[in-house]
Every structure is written in C-alpha cells, then in structure tokens.
Design a protein around this ligand. Structure first.
Ligand SMILES: [Fe+2]
Length: 245
C-alpha cells in the first residue's frame, strides 16, 4: 500500500476528532494531541517488508466476520485495504495463563519496532479479541488509545470501577500507568491501538495469588510475543499511580 503513514495519520486524526467514549480524566485533549503528533512522525520513507506468517486460530475463526461487520470510517477502510499485508500472532504466551487467553488475544503490528512503519516513538497495530475473553487488569507506562473497528469491548479502569462499553467507531483513552482490563461478550472485537510516550518494554498484570494482590511483569521478546519475567507485591505507591486508589 502506498502512502500508509500519511493515510494512517490523517484517518486516525479524523477518528479522534470526537471526544472519547471513555475519556479518563482531565487531560483528554492533550492525550489525543500526543497521539496525533506521534502518528505525524511516521514516514513512508521508513518502510520495511513484513512476512506474513501462518494465521493464528483466532484469525481463522473470527477474521472474516469481523472484517465483514467493520464500520465504514476512513480509518476502518484503511485497515481493510491493509488487511492482506498484516502479520498476525498470539500476543501472550506463558504457562501461568490459560490457553483460552493466550489464543484469544492476537495482534498485527503496523508501526513501531515491528510492522511496516519503522518507529522508536509510537506503536500502532490491530488487536483482535475472541469472544468471552477477559484480559486482566494491567498497567504500562505508555499512553494507550483503543479505537474499535468491529464489535464492542468493555474496558474497566480499576478493581472496583464500573466497566465502560466501547462500540465500533468509538475509542478509549488510557493514561500512562492507569490500570485497566478488557472484556468481550458473545462476539469478538477488532481494535486499532496506539502506544505513545514511554514505550518501556513492560506490561504489569495485576493478579490475586493466595488472596493477595501481586503484579507480574511481561516483556516483549524479539518475536513480538510477551513472556512473564518478574513478580512482585502490589505496593501502595504503585496503586496510587494507577488510578485505582
Ligand atoms: Fe493496555
């Protein structure tokens, strides 16, 4: 596809012109600006070829229906055009999570350390969640936007917060270090995401072990797949940073 960077920036900027369904705090406009500015840094002169590997099971099962039901916005149409060039893989692989979860969360990078558009300052890609998936509470230092292309998702910003439904054509903003979880219902969901700001290679999941909250750190390997590398108690200062205090 020609002019991918230019078109991605323009289409994403258009998609973010309306307020987020799940704005999360007082810095809505600044977070949108950070994301649009990050997309503006992408360049079609920094393109690389990406080999398309075997399709993960979740893509075989849900990809065609999600594509058929996708909304008709410029950003969604851009993703439709790019679809045949995407390399998909399962995101999380670790003995501590169920096969349902590891097989039910797949991604195809577009920009960043992987994907066609080379960048050290922004990550963007497509994210597919199978039906009946609960992606547990987690936090990362990057600012995250999820724009739903097909289906719907419930996002929750804390252990005791009410989930918010994000439907196709709507988006959520998750500030740096804000803890959040994702849940699908009877249908799968297709999202385009961005990470901007601090792109440290860490994603901390909050889990209860023996009735005590801990957090475990996942890190991305060269293949793109994330693995658990560390566990630690969930300390008060971390909770205070997470929006869950
Ligand atoms: Fe996240």
């Amino acid at each position: 596809m020609r002019d991918l960077a230019t078109n991605l920036h323009a289409a994403f900027a258009e998609a973010l012109q309306t307020p987020a369904t799940h704005p999360s705090g007082d810095h809505h406009d600044a977070m949108v600006k950070q994301t649009v500015d990050g997309l503006a840094q992408l360049s079609d002169s920094a393109r690389r070829h990406v080999d398309i590997g075997p399709y993960p099971d979740a893509l075989t099962h849900y990809g065609a229906d999600l594509l058929a039901q996708m909304i008709k916005t410029p950003l969604a149409e851009l993703m439709r055009d790019l679809w045949s060039e995407l390399h998909w893989y399962e995101i999380f692989s670790d003995a501590s999570i169920s096969e349902t979860l590891s097989k039910g969360l797949i991604t195809a990078p577009i920009a960043g350390t992987r994907g066609q558009l080379v960048s050290e300052t922004i990550l963007s890609g497509i994210f597919l969640l199978a039906p009946h998936i609960h992606y547990p509470l987690h936090q990362h230092p990057a600012l995250e936007i999820y724009y739903v292309l097909s289906g719907e998702i419930h996002i929750c910003h804390g252990r005791d917060k009410a989930p918010m439904r994000i439907s196709a054509g709507d988006y959520s903003l998750t500030p740096p270090d804000q803890v959040h979880s994702l849940t699908t219902g009877d249908s799968p969901c297709l999202i385009i995401y961005t990470w901007t700001g601090d792109l440290a290679n860490e994603n901390w999941w909050w889990v209860k072990e023996d009735d005590v909250w801990i957090r475990k750190c996942w890190q991305r390997e060269a293949s793109g797949t994330w693995k658990v590398v560390h566990k630690e108690p969930l300390r008060d200062e971390i909770i205070a940073l997470s929006g869950d205090a």
